[in-house]
Design a protein around this ligand. Structure first.
Ligand code: ZN
Length: 271
C-alpha cells in the first residue's frame, strides 16, 4: 500500500500484468460477487478486496494505491485484523483536503426474494445484519446484530471476525479447483453439527460480525464514508453491490457533505 494524494480514492494496481493496469474500487468496477467481491477493468481483475476495504473504511483511509501481484488479495486469516494492524503500524497521514461524506436523505432498498439490503438516514454509521441458516451451529449464536461502527470497535471486535464456510461447500469448491487455500487457518468451518476449528470462535457471534465486516467493505466501494444506517437480511456481496449501484442511480437519496462533526474523526497514527 502506497500513500496517495487527495481525491485519488482506493486504487488497485496489478503489478504482475504488463502495463500495470489500475482499477479504482467503485461500485461499477465490481465485476464478480460469486465467492468474494472482485473488481475488474478489461482483462485485469482483482478478487477478494472486501476485507482490506473494510479496514480502510474503519481507519478513515480515503486515498491509497494498493499494488497486487496476483489476481487475488491474500486472504490472511480470513478476517480484516491483519490489514487493520499493518495499516495502523505503517501510520496514517491526514491530508489538507476536506473529507467528503455521503449523507443519506431517503431510504434506498434492494430486494430479491427474502434477501434484502437497505441504506437509510441516520446520524452516524450503523450497520445491522440478520443471518438466516437452518443449522444447529447457528441456532446457538446470536444471528441479529446492530453495530455503531468506530475504529475501536472494528479493531477489537468486528474486524477480527473470520470468514465462515460449510465443510461440504468447501469440499465441493475444492473439487472445482476453487478455494484451494481454504483451511481452518483462514476460515471458521462448520460441518453438519459443529464448528471444526479447535479454537472455536474468536469473538462472540463471529458469524454475524463477519457479515457486518463484509458489508462495511462492500459499502466502501462508494469511496466515501456513509452517514446513514445499513441493514441487511441474508444479503451478501451481490446484494451489497446492487445496493450501492442503486444509491448512485438515485441522487435525491443522498447528499455529499464535508462539514460532518458528529462522527469520530479518522484515526491518526504515527510511528
Ligand atoms: Zn468476508
Amino acid at each position: 500500500m502506497q500513500p496517495a494524494a487527495a481525491d485519488t480514492g482506493i486504487v488497485f494496481v496489478r503489478t504482475d500484468v504488463t502495463g500495470n493496469p489500475r482499477i479504482k474500487a467503485t461500485p461499477h468496477q465490481v465485476v464478480d460477487t460469486q465467492l468474494a467481491t472482485t473488481i475488474g477493468d478489461g482483462e485485469a481483475r482483482i478478487a477478494t478486496i472486501e476485507h482490506l476495504m473494510a479496514a480502510l473504511s474503519s481507519l478513515g483511509v480515503d486515498n491509497v494505491v494498493v499494488g497486487v501481484d496476483a489476481p487475488e488479495l491474500p486472504i490472511m486469516d480470513g478476517s480484516a485484523a491483519p490489514f487493520n494492524y499493518l495499516i495502523r503500524a505503517a501510520g496514517i497521514k491526514t491530508l489538507s483536503a476536506p473529507r467528503r461524506y455521503i449523507r443519506m436523505l431517503e431510504p434506498v432498498t434492494v430486494r430479491e426474494g427474502d434477501i434484502e439490503a437497505t441504506l437509510s438516514p441516520f446520524e452516524g454509521f450503523r450497520v445491522s445484519y440478520k443471518l438466516h441458516y437452518e443449522h444447529p451451529v447457528f441456532e446457538e449464536h446470536n444471528r441479529r446484530l446492530s453495530v455503531d461502527v468506530s475504529a475501536e470497535r472494528f479493531e477489537s471486535d468486528i474486524g477480527q471476525a473470520r470468514t465462515f464456510g460449510f465443510l461440504a461447500e468447501i469440499e465441493m469448491l475444492q473439487s472445482m479447483d476453487l478455494a484451494r487455500g481454504g483451511s481452518l487457518e483462514n476460515a471458521v468451518v462448520v460441518d453438519d453439527s459443529r464448528i471444526l476449528n479447535d479454537e472455536g470462535l474468536r469473538v462472540p457471534d463471529e458469524f454475524v460480525k463477519h457479515k457486518i465486516l463484509d458489508a462495511i467493505g462492500d459499502l466502501y466501494t462508494l469511496g466515501h464514508p456513509i452517514i446513514g444506517a445499513f441493514s441487511g437480511v441474508k444479503s451478501g456481496h451481490s446484494t451489497n453491490n446492487r445496493l450501492v449501484r442503486e444509491l448512485l442511480a438515485r441522487p435525491h437519496a443522498y447528499e455529499m457533505v464535508t462539514d460532518w462533526v458528529h462522527v469520530e474523526p479518522p484515526v491518526e497514527v504515527r510511528v
